[in-house]
Design a protein around this ligand. Structure first.
Ligand code: ADP
Ligand code: ASP
Ligand code: MG
Length: 413
């Protein structure tokens, strides 16, 4: 009976009744003889409420102060859940990130975990306590409280599981596993029994927020067995696995992800000469703005257009930089569009199956959806389309790839 780490998200601890149900579940695992570390999120809506308070005061509060504020949300839940466990006769202790000493860098609001000191946790586990650790937070070298970015409790859980060499990291949430796409958008989305780390990483980075990207990165890197489960219903959930060609079903497409987090900028009529992409994108990078998809048109009359996407929140800054560049390069015009969405199909099976792109483009064309930009990786194809068509596109692709049907088991040799 080894160590297991169980993470409960915001809705799963959204009320005192829910916290009591979580305590019952944790108590069952403890009674079965497991050593249990529980990671909790803030009660649902709490992180947004705190952010709202800060923004009532100030448009751009200092990130250090935001972290002090936001970290309180998870601290409340740790104490309540510990009380509920103790009330059930299960000895439990709450910990903030800094009490554990989850050491992070100092990038407030998006800090990365550097190291976890597991000595206190190991001692408490050996003494029989259930540990309830606040997700989403850590402490930097200087002792400042940091947070790990939205959805960061997943990452706390996986990082703790890696540090404690846990047998399994269980992510309990409000869905019973990872689906072929967000079940809130497609009614006949199907739960996957397994998905590979690589696929889950692409799904998460393309917008499926069921797991935070960094949690999947960590789990892949440290080979943490990771499972997504429903907090209120029994079931096998979804296991995130290493690719294993001998036993796994290998559907071409594992799932479809989407997001509306990006905006598009186009600079028109720039001279077609060496170094021009650098002169445009260099200053964008210098301003610490991440560029995602890039498209350069074939030159006509010695001039060309360049289009790229950035995070929507960065659009005003990116536009200001681009307008400056445009005047230096004598470009004709700068255009921006934030009503775009990115829809991606993801699957390791793409490596060995031709025709994925054509199936995707046919399905979109049958719906009359114009593709503005395309980008691919070995196991993913993404398109940028008009935002208003996003859900339509996701449904059309889900049925074009027949994701509602379980794939025939494929035992390779
Ligand atoms: P928690 O508060 O437990 O961390 P989240 O809201 O962060 O929960 O993540 C769970 C949600 O992720 C689900 O309610 C679902 O709408 C969404 N989601 C997006 N894509 C998927 C997917 N492919 N499979 C399952 N859930 C998904
Ligand atoms: N409470 C934080 C958020 O809402 C972290 C988490 O829930 O994972 O983003
Ligand atoms: Mg989450």
């Amino acid at each position: 009976m080894g160590v297991i780490v169980q993470k409960f998200g915001g809705t799963s601890v959204g009320s005192i009744e829910r916290i009591a149900q979580v305590a019952d579940k944790v108590a069952r695992f403890r009674h079965d003889g497991h050593q249990v570390v529980v990671v909790v999120s803030a009660m649902s809506g709490e992180t947004n409420r705190l952010l709202g308070l800060a923004h009532e005061l100030q448009e751009q509060p200092l990130a250090r102060e935001l972290d002090v504020l936001l970290a309180t949300g998870e601290q409340v839940t740790t104490a309540l859940l510990s009380m509920a466990l103790n009330q059930r006769g299960v000895a439990a202790k709450s910990y903030t990130g800094s009490q554990v000493r989850i050491l992070t860098d100092d990038a407030h609001t998006k800090a990365r975990i550097r190291d976890i000191d597991d000595s206190r946790l190991q001692a408490d586990l050996a003494a029989g306590f259930v540990l309830v650790v606040a997700g989403f937070q850590g402490v930097d070298e200087q002792g400042n409280i940091t947070t790990l970015g939205r959805g960061g409790s997943d990452t706390t859980a996986v990082a703790l599981a890696a540090a404690l060499k846990a047998d399994e990291c269980q992510i309990y949430t409000d869905v019973d596993g990872v689906y072929t796409t967000d079940p809130r958008v497609v009614d006949d989305a199907r739960r996957l029994d397994r998905i590979t780390f690589e696929e889950m990483l692409e799904m998460a980075s393309m917008g499926s927020k069921v797991l935070q990207i960094r949690a999947v990165e960590f789990a892949g890197k440290y080979k943490v067995p990771l499972r997504v489960l429903h907090s209120m219903k029994e079931g096998p959930g979804t296991l995130i696995t290493l690719e294993d060609a001998s036993v796994m079903e290998t559907p071409t497409i594992a799932g479809i992800a989407f997001n509306r987090d990006e905006a598009k900028l186009t600079i028109l009529g720039v001279p077609d000469m060496p170094g021009v992409a650098y002169r445009i994108l260099g200053p964008i990078g210098d301003a610490n703005i991440e560029v995602d998809v890039i498209l350069q048109n074939v030159a006509e009359d010695n001039s060309t257009d360049l289009t790229f996407t950035v995070g929507r929140a960065d659009l005003p800054r990116a536009q200001a930089v681009l307008e400056q560049v445009a005047s230096e390069l004598n470009a004709r015009e700068v255009r921006v569009d934030s009503r775009i969405a990115k829809v991606s199909v993801v699957g390791v099976g793409m490596r060995s199956h031709a025709g994925v792109a054509s199936t995707m483009f046919r399905a979109l064309s049958e719906m009359g959806i114009n593709i503005q930009m395309i980008t691919t990786s070995e196991i993913k194809i993404s398109v940028i389309i008009e935002e208003k068509f996003m859900e339509l596109a996701v449904r059309a692709l889900h049925s074009a790839f027949e994701l509602e049907q379980a794939p025939a088991a494929n035992i390779a040799n």
